[in-house]
Design a protein around this ligand. Structure first.
Ligand code: 13P
Ligand code: SF4
Length: 373
């Protein structure tokens, strides 16, 4: 199947030309297309990307690092191997003449999808009924794992974005301005961050977006310091404190490191908690011959295990079952070859363009974050 890109009248090769390629064939086409594109394209990849994609990356990182890198590259095209919200952030922070491409538009984030603008606006209305003026008493804080219009909502209402790296600083920023925080969409990152700040659990109430007033009484809302949106990452909910306990029983000298999207109990039982970049750096910098149990996505853990194995370090995945991020997995060498080869032929597939009004307000919330962290 071939058809035409209306924007620039270049022929487009359909994905069916690429779907049947083996990984090796697709990778050869990636290398060839990249050589033709030269410096005009930069490949950014999140740590959860599969190895056959990750190895082609120019720039890698966690969400915060990738956002900063996207804001500082000169390439015409930013090819984003990650999920949709990350590509949106890259579009918002890059220059208008640059284009961000996501090789598969189905690469979303199921946690990000647990909050949407309609539900957040309804929540804000409910809070207005209880608190009077939420814009004076409550700071909306969105995890970067959220759609651009939710970041815009935060920009408009004096709020801010956070990532797994800077959440503690961002919560300080928020409390310095207003007495309460509405944290969405990940209850676990919000709870862990509040817990580390010494906020008692009874002052962190769960806001269920499908219930009136979030399922809370007026008194519970008034008493809460953080309202935690009822959202989660299903990958990180696979890790259980029991996994840590049975591993520690066998390896009492080992270290446990987890991502803050894990439950509070898992985080509490871990020696270290932090972003994907933090996890990598901590294990890479650790003394030789140490042993690690890691609670985050499997592609990252497998790559890390291989990388540090020559220093005698032993790295084990926390869950007994395989848990990968299925949406991150959508980006495969076939989709990457498809996007790159078309780009080299002059056809821009899957551009990510956040509408200007949302982009301006979302940039405000992101800039507050970058300045505060
Ligand atoms: P990081 O910002 O720590 O890479 O986390 C992103 C993410 O989606 C983790 O599930
Ligand atoms: Fe979203 Fe979870 Fe995948 Fe991270 S691991 S991108 S939070 S679904």
């Amino acid at each position: 199947m071939s058809h035409t890109n209306h924007a620039d009248a270049h022929p487009i090769q359909g994905f069916d030309h690429f779907a049947a390629l083996s990984d090796e064939q697709a990778e050869a086409r990636i290398t060839e297309a990249r050589a033709r594109l030269g410096q005009r394209v930069v490949l950014l990849a999140h740590h959860y990307q599969r190895e056959s994609v990750f190895r082609h990356a120019d720039l890698t990182g966690d969400s915060l690092k990738l956002a900063r890198l996207a804001a500082n590259t000169d390439a015409d095209f930013l090819l984003f191997c990650g999920v949709h919200f990350m590509a949106e952030v890259a579009d918002i922070l890059s220059r208008p003449e640059q284009t961000v491409v996501l090789p598969d538009l189905a690469a979303g984030c199921s946690m990000a999808d647990m909050a949407d603008l309609e539900k957040v606006e309804r929540c804000w209305d409910d809070l207005t009924n209880v608190l009077g003026h939420p814009d004076e008493s409550i700071t909306p804080v969105t995890y970067i794992n959220s759609a651009a219009d939710l970041k815009a909502f935060c920009g408009e209402h004096g709020g801010i974005v956070c990532t797994s790296t800077n959440a503690p600083k961002i919560i300080d920023w928020a409390f310095a301005r207003r007495e309460k925080v509405l944290f969405f969409p990940d209850q676990h990152l919000g709870r862990w961050t509040g817990y580390k700040k010494g906020i008692p659990l009874y002052q962190m109430a769960i806001w269920d977006p499908d219930l009136e007033n979030g399922g809370l009484s007026a008194r519970e809302i008034e008493q809460a310091r953080i309202l935690l949106w009822k959202g989660h990452c299903s990958v990180h909910q696979m890790f259980q404190p029991e996994h840590i306990r049975s591993w520690r029983a066998q390896h009492p000298d080992g270290f446990v490191i987890s991502h803050p999207e894990c439950s509070l109990d898992v985080c509490r039982e871990s020696d270290y908690v932090g972003s994907t970049e933090f996890i990598l750096q901590t294990v890479v910098d650790a003394p030789p011959n140490t042993r690690w149990l890691v609670g985050t996505e499997l592609n990252l853990v497998s790559r890390l295990a291989e990388q540090v194995q020559p220093q005698g370090k032993n790295v084990k995945f926390m869950a007994p079952t395989v848990c990968m991020c299925s949406t991150m997995q959508r980006i495969d060498p076939q989709h990457l070859a498809w996007a790159l080869e078309n780009l080299a032929n002059g056809a821009v597939l899957n551009p990510i363009r956040v509408p200007a009004q949302d982009a301006n307000l979302a940039r405000l919330a992101l800039t507050r974050m970058l300045e505060a962290s």
